[in-house]
Design a protein around this ligand. Structure first.
Ligand code: AHR
Length: 518
């Protein structure tokens, strides 16, 4: 859980390869170019996270096979359809803090025989383990998404961890593959992504990085054979926000043959101790939230610099496996369930954060928005049989064009978005070229009041025409409700001019625009 607070006065604009001072100009000037060794934007940057927390799994994804709500093996069909539409590339499960209390054997075998446990982090509710390993991995198959299992280090054992790997991945004869077969699954699922604990500096065991690095080596060693011939992708529990010492110690102390990824968690909020409402917020609270969201640029840059020292060839990935906005829970809901609404403010967080990840795709190879359904910055909210797609969902859907496309480096000089004597860059941008040759530019104007002119030089790219989509609304606090689920949806956008390789447009306040050039 994140507690850092930015000092007002943070004032930078970024480029893919450096930091530019923000100028007091009226028009944002952007140059998009092509570079021979530019990285591919991993589709896994567009990943999601589903914890046994509040109504994410139970009552969100999972309603049970006997529910009147249409479902496939107990998972809501409307959620399956919506996530497929999003091109969801991976799903992290079962936590979060819950992961380090989770004993996977509690969640296999006949449901009526499964033990109950108390969900000690999230509301103290009884967990009946009716959604377990088979339910999750089968769901991933239906979604066509890669599972990312976050395994228990804090209160588990090396043996238990090793057995989970064997249970889901071993093809030959072994105690765990036989148990899997007894439970009805012959073929292994071949899970590649594994989290070795979660937030080990906090809910995962309050460890120092030095102590965790040792524990990590022990777990990583026994997850597979000495050569990692099963090609597991092992992710070390990473830093809390700006804890650069954490990343330094892990990169220094863990041998490179035992690690494929280092995580980072950072949430956006007004103030950690006084988060404010997800729906009713003032100008100051909006500005503060965007300050924490844009801080991601500095976090990713600095953690990457540390990783560069120890891993100059970018073999180890930076995995931002928890990010998003965090506010007070909705009135009348369980404080331990983290249920919040989702407004255009959240669309601003999503659009700017994904631009940051795209621009850093050389090192950032995966990210997971917290959390998919009914928790924190959810892409989907449900109420009994009703469901809605949030503005954040629509941003993720608009941005999916960047998945597996080659990053195009951008330079940006942005007008300022000011509040009092503090300011932030108003415009955020990233760009990519897909395998069919189409170029996509995603733009965000976070200014709450002012539309901003943007001039984009794409001269080198030989494009002929553009189309566009926009996500915008009248008020920053606007959101979709169960009665009006389509109040905010992307619409087509053509208010731009393209002449001699330069695009000119004006982006309305708090709007996201994605342009496609061919
Ligand atoms: O996403 C909610 C919680 O935030 C996760 O369980 C934990 O990892 C983080 O503190």
């Amino acid at each position: 859980m994140k507690k850092n607070r930015l000092v007002k006065g943070f004032l930078i604009a970024f480029t893919a390869f450096g930091i530019n001072a923000v100028t007091a100009q009226d028009t944002a000037t952007i140059k998009v170019s092509e570079e021979a060794d530019a990285p591919v934007i991993s589709k896994h940057i567009y990943g999601h996270f589903a914890e046994h927390l509040g109504r994410c799994i139970y009552g969100g994804f999972f309603v049970g096979e006997d529910s009147p709500i249409p479902n496939t093996h107990g998972v809501r069909n409307d959620i399956i359809d919506a996530l497929k539409q999003l091109g969801i590339p991976n799903l992290r499960w079962p936590g979060g803090c819950f992961a380090d209390t989770y004993h996977w054997k509690d969640g296999i075998g006949p449901k009526e025989d499964r033990p109950t446990i108390v969900n000690q982090w999230w509301g103290g509710v009884t967990e009946d383990n009716s959604f377990g390993t088979h339910d999750f991995l089968n769901l991933c198959e239906i979604l066509g998404t890669e599972p990312y299992l976050a395994a228990n280090v804090g209160s588990g054992t090396v043996k238990e961890f090793n057995e989970w790997v064997q249970y889901v991945n071993h093809k030959g004869t072994s105690p765990m593959s036989e148990l899997r077969e007894e439970n009805g699954r012959l073929e292994p699922w071949n899970v590649k992504f594994w989290g070795v604990g979660n937030e080990m500096w906090g809910c995962g065991g309050n460890m120092t990085p030095e102590y965790y690095a040792n524990i990590y080596k022990q777990y990583a060693t026994f997850m597979t054979d000495w050569t990692n011939s099963d090609k597991l992708f092992r992710i070390a529990s990473g830093a809390n926000v700006a804890d650069y010492h954490w990343t330094e110690v892990l990169m220094r102390d863990i041998p490179k043959n035992l690690i494929e990824g280092v995580a980072l968690h950072s949430y956006s909020f007004v103030e950690w101790e006084n988060k404010g409402s997800s729906l009713e917020f003032n100008e100051e609270q909006y500005f503060s939230t965007m300050e924490t969201a844009l801080k991601m640029e500095e976090l990713v840059t600095k953690h990457s610099e540390i990783m560069d020292k120890y891993d100059p060839n970018n073999r180890i990935a930076l995995i931002v496996d928890e990010w998003g906005g965090w506010y007070e829970v909705m009135d009348g809901t369980n404080p331990g369930f983290l249920y919040q609404q989702n407004t255009m403010r959240d669309a601003m967080i999503a659009g700017t954060t994904l631009n940051i990840f795209n621009n850093h795709s050389k090192r950032v190879k995966m990210a997971n928005l917290a959390q998919t359904v009914n928790v924190l910055q959810a892409v989907i909210l449900t109420e009994d049989e009703k469901m809605l797609l949030t503005p954040t969902y629509h941003v993720m859907e608009m941005y999916k064009v960047h998945q597996e496309a080659t990053m195009l480096p951008v330079t940006l000089q942005s007008p300022e978005f000011t509040y009092g004597d503090a300011s932030l860059p108003a415009i955020s941008v990233s760009a990519s070229k897909d395998t069919a040759g189409a170029v996509h530019v995603s733009l965000v104007n976070i200014d709450s009041k002012k539309s901003n002119k943007v001039s984009i030089d794409l001269g080198e790219l030989g494009l002929k025409k553009f189309t566009g989509r926009i996500l915008t609304s009248k008020k920053l606090q606007d959101h979709n409700t169960f009665d009006k689920p389509n109040a905010i949806v992307p619409v087509s956008y053509d208010k731009f001019k393209f002449r001699k390789g330069t695009l000119e447009l004006e982006i309305p306040p708090f709007s996201v625009v994605v342009l496609e050039g061919k």
